[in-house]
Design a protein around this ligand. Structure first.
Ligand SMILES: [Zn+2]
Ligand SMILES: [Zn+2]
Length: 147
């Protein structure tokens, strides 16, 4: 779990990246990023909008959409698609995989170094050049199993 101290540090880092990329750092953008950082559930744009609205009542959904597109363009967040066609957003841009619950659609991060280092099958090498590995495992999470 991230501590308050971690969040502070990441936000400082975020400000530096914005400066370097020429992204104007507005209060609204900062709040959108903060909501993303605090969310571990890979929220959709609508989820983010609802959460930011609690702090910034004047924000529009359109601003959230545009800000997310900007963040994604500069590699500050990742856009992912899973069970529903709706895009979900991930503040964790380091290499990781996802566990997806088919009941509540919650997406959980996990790392699997063995898979990162698994040698490619000849058929894959034949196919072309692999540039990235992404794995999504689907099932039912503990919380949903209990219900
Ligand atoms: Zn679940
Ligand atoms: Zn993730």
């Amino acid at each position: 779990m991230k501590t308050v101290q971690d969040t502070k540090k990441i936000l400082e880092e975020f400000k530096k990246i914005c400066e370097a990329c020429g992204i104007k750092l507005t209060y609204q953008r900062l709040e959108i990023y903060r909501v993303l950082l605090e969310a571990r559930d890979h929220p959709s744009a609508e989820d983010i909008f609802a959460r930011v609205q609690e702090r910034v009542p004047t924000i529009s959904l359109d601003t959230v959409y545009r800000t997310l597109a900007t963040f994604e363009k500069f590699g500050l967040i990742r856009k992912i698609y899973s069970l529903d066609e709706k895009a979900r957003f991930d503040p964790n841009v380091s290499h990781h995989y996802h566990l997806v619950c088919t009941k509540c659609h919650k997406i959980t991060d996990f790392e699997w170094p063995e898979v990162d280092n698994l040698p490619l099958l000849p058929a894959i090498q034949e196919w072309g050049e692999v540039q990235d590995r992404y794995l999504e495992l689907r099932g039912v999470c503990r919380d949903c199993l209990k219900k």
